[in-house]
Design a protein around this ligand. Structure first.
Ligand code: GDP
Ligand code: ZN
Length: 458
C-alpha cells in the first residue's frame, strides 16, 4: 500500500538558525521538484545529496527563499520512503510559506510522530526503538539521551528477543513432553528443566524492572526539594548547584505560576529541583504555600535535601519535619561548617539514619560530596548509561510487570505438578506480553496513540 506524501516543519519553531521542511512519500520528489530551482532538477540529482538552489512559488515565479535541498531516495531513508528536506534560514514566515507551498502542491500535513510511525510501519525500526526516538527528543542530560539512544539502536529489543527465545526453547521442551506422555521420567526431567529455565527468565525480567526506576529518573529527572529554616543556605545551595552544573532547562512551566522547576545535571543524573520559586522569592516555602502543601511537596519529592546550619542548634520544628519524612530519601546537609559549631551532630545521628553531608557553600566545600551521595543513593555509585539497558518507558514497565506475573504463575503451577499444557498457557502468555514491548501483535489503536505523542516533524 502506498501512503500519501506528508510534509512538516522538522525543526523547533522559533528563532532557530536553520529550519527544515521535510517531505516523505511516493510524491516527495515530484512535489519538491515543482518548487525547487537549481542547477539540476531534483529528479536528476543523485540520491543522498544536498543541493543548492531556490524555492519559488510556481504560480507567480516569485523567489521565496535560498535553500539547500537534501534528496534521499527510498529505501535507505528514515521512513524507507523518498524524502526531501528543504533547509532554509529560519524566519517563521518563510518556513511557513514553504510548508504551505508543499501542501498546496500535493502533500498532506504530517501528524505528530508520523515520520517515525512510517519508519515503524515500513519495518525499519521496532516499537521500542520508535519510543527511544521519542525519549531521545525529550531527554534532559547526555546520560538520559544515551539511554534513549541505546533503545533507539535496539538494545532493549535484543534483550527482549533473547528472553522470548528462551521461552520458545522451554515451550519446545514442553512439546516433547506432550508428545511422549507415557514416559514418566521424560515428564519429570521436563518439569525440572522448565523450572530452571523459567526461573532464569524471571530473574532477567526482574532485573529489567529494577532498572525501571533509574530509567525513569534518567528520563524525567529526579524530583528534588531543598528545605530548611530561613537563612541556613538553601538559596546559596541552589545557586551553587546551578552554576556548578549548568542548569539544563529552566522555568519548566507549571500550572501555578509560583511553582518553578529547574534541571541540573548532577553526575549525569538530571535533578529536577521543584519549587525553586519558593526558595528564590520568599525563602520560606512553608510560609508561602502553607504547612499542608509543603508537607505534600516533601512527600511527593523523590529526594529531600534538608539544610541545617552548623551555627544553630536543632529546633523542635526541624525535628518535627525530619520525623515526618523518616521513610523518604533524605540527605541532611550541615552547612556553614566554617562557622562555630552550635549543632549537636551526635544527637542528629542518634535520632536519624539519614546520610549527612557537611558543607560550606560560601567556600565551595562539600558540595562534591553531596553530589556523590546523590548518585550513590539512586544508582549505587557512578551512573553508567552506555552499557546498561534501562527500562524507562511506562508502557514497557507495565508489560514487564505483567510478564513477570505470568511467568511466576507458570513457575508456581510447575511446582504444583499442574498438567504441563496448563503451564504452557502461562508461558505463551509471557512470550506474547514480551512481544508487545517490541511491537509485535500490538493493535493499530495503540500504535496511533503512541505515535501521536511525538512532536510534530519527527
Ligand atoms: P536561605 O534563607 O536558606 O535561602 O539562605 P541563603 O542561601 O539566602 O543564605 C543566608 C546567608 O547565609 C547568606 O548571607 C549566605 O551568604 C550565608 N551562607 C550561605 N552558606 C554559607 C556558608 O557555608 N558559610 C557561611 N558563613 N555563610 C553562608
Ligand atoms: Zn535564600
Amino acid at each position: 500500500m502506498q501512503l500519501e506524501t506528508i510534509s512538516s516543519i522538522s525543526t523547533p519553531v522559533g528563532e532557530g538558525a536553520i529550519a527544515i521542511v521535510r517531505l516523505s512519500g511516493i510524491d516527495a520528489l515530484e512535489i519538491a521538484g515543482k518548487l525547487y530551482r537549481g542547477k539540476k532538477t531534483l529528479d536528476e540529482v543523485d540520491t543522498h545529496t544536498i543541493n543548492y538552489g531556490h524555492i519559488i512559488d510556481p504560480d507567480t515565479d516569485e523567489v521565496v527563499e535560498e535553500v539547500m535541498a537534501a534528496v534521499m531516495r527510498a529505501p535507505k531513508t528514515y521512513t524507507r520512503e523518498d524524502i526531501v528536506e528543504i533547509n532554509c534560514h529560519g524566519g517563521i514566515n518563510t518556513i511557513n510559506r514553504i510548508l504551505q507551498l508543499t501542501l498546496k502542491h500535493g502533500a498532506r500535513m504530517a501528524e505528530p510522530g508520523e515520520f517515525t510511525k512510517r519508519a515503524f510501519l515500513n519495518g525499519r525500526i521496532d516499537l521500542s526503538q520508535a519510543e527511544g526516538v521519542m525519549d531521545f527528543i525529550r531527554s534532559k542530560t547526555d546520560e538520559a539521551s544515551k539511554v534513549a539512544s541505546g533503545q533507539m539502536q535496539g538494545r532493549l529489543k535484543v534483550y527482549i528477543e533473547s528472553l522470548r527465545q528462551s521461552i520458545l526453547n522451554i515451550l519446545a521442551q514442553v512439546e516433547v513432553n506432550i508428545d511422549y506422555p507415557e514416559y514418566d521420567d521424560v515428564e519429570e526431567a521436563t518439569t525440572e528443566l522448565l523450572l530452571e529455565e523459567a526461573e532464569k527468565v524471571k530473574t532477567e525480567i526482574e532485573k529489567l524492572l529494577k532498572s525501571s526506576r533509574q530509567g525513569r529518573i534518567m528520563r524525567e529527572g529526579l524530583s528534588t526539594v531543598i528545605v530548611g529554616k530561613p537563612n541556613v543556605g538553601k538559596s546559596s545551595l541552589l545557586n551553587y548547584l546551578i552554576q556548578d552544573n549548568k542548569a539544563i532547562v529552566t522555568e519548566v512551566a507549571g500550572t501555578t505560576r509560583d511553582i518553578l522547576e529547574e534541571y541540573v545535571n548532577v553526575n549525569g543524573i538530571p535533578l529536577k529541583l521543584v519549587d525553586t520559586a519558593g526558595i528564590r522569592d520568599t525563602d520560606d516555602i512553608v510560609e508561602k504555600i502553607g504547612v499542608e502543601r509543603s508537607r505534600q511537596a516533601l512527600t511527593e519529592a523523590e529526594l529531600i535535601l534538608y539544610v541545617l546550619s552548623n551555627n544553630e542548634p536543632l529546633t523542635s520544628e526541624d525535628m518535627e519535619l525530619l520525623d515526618s519524612v523518616r521513610d523518604e530519601n533524605v540527605i541532611v546537609i550541615i552547612n556553614k561548617l566554617d562557622l562555630d559549631s552550635e549543632l549537636d551532630v551526635a544527637e542528629l545521628e542518634n535520632r536519624y539514619d539519614f546520610p549527612i553531608v557537611k558543607t560550606s557553600i560560601t567556600e565551595g566545600k562539600g558540595v562534591d560530596d553531596l553530589e556523590d551521595r546523590i548518585a550513590e543513593l539512586f544508582f549505587g555509585g557512578q551512573v553508567s548509561s552506555a552499557d546498561s539497558t534501562y527500562l524507562s518507558n511506562n508502557r514497557h514497565i507495565s508489560l514487564l510487570e505483567q510478564s513477570n506475573s505470568a511467568i511466576s504463575d507458570a513457575i508456581e503451577s510447575a511446582h504444583m505438578d499442574v498438567p504441563i499444557d496448563i503451564v504452557q498457557i502461562d508461558l505463551v502468555k509471557t512470550w506474547e506480553l514480551l512481544g508487545e514491548v517490541i511491537g509485535e501483535d500490538v493493535s493499530e489503536q495503540l500504535i496511533d496513540q503512541l505515535f501521536s505523542q511525538f512532536c510534530l516533524g519527527k
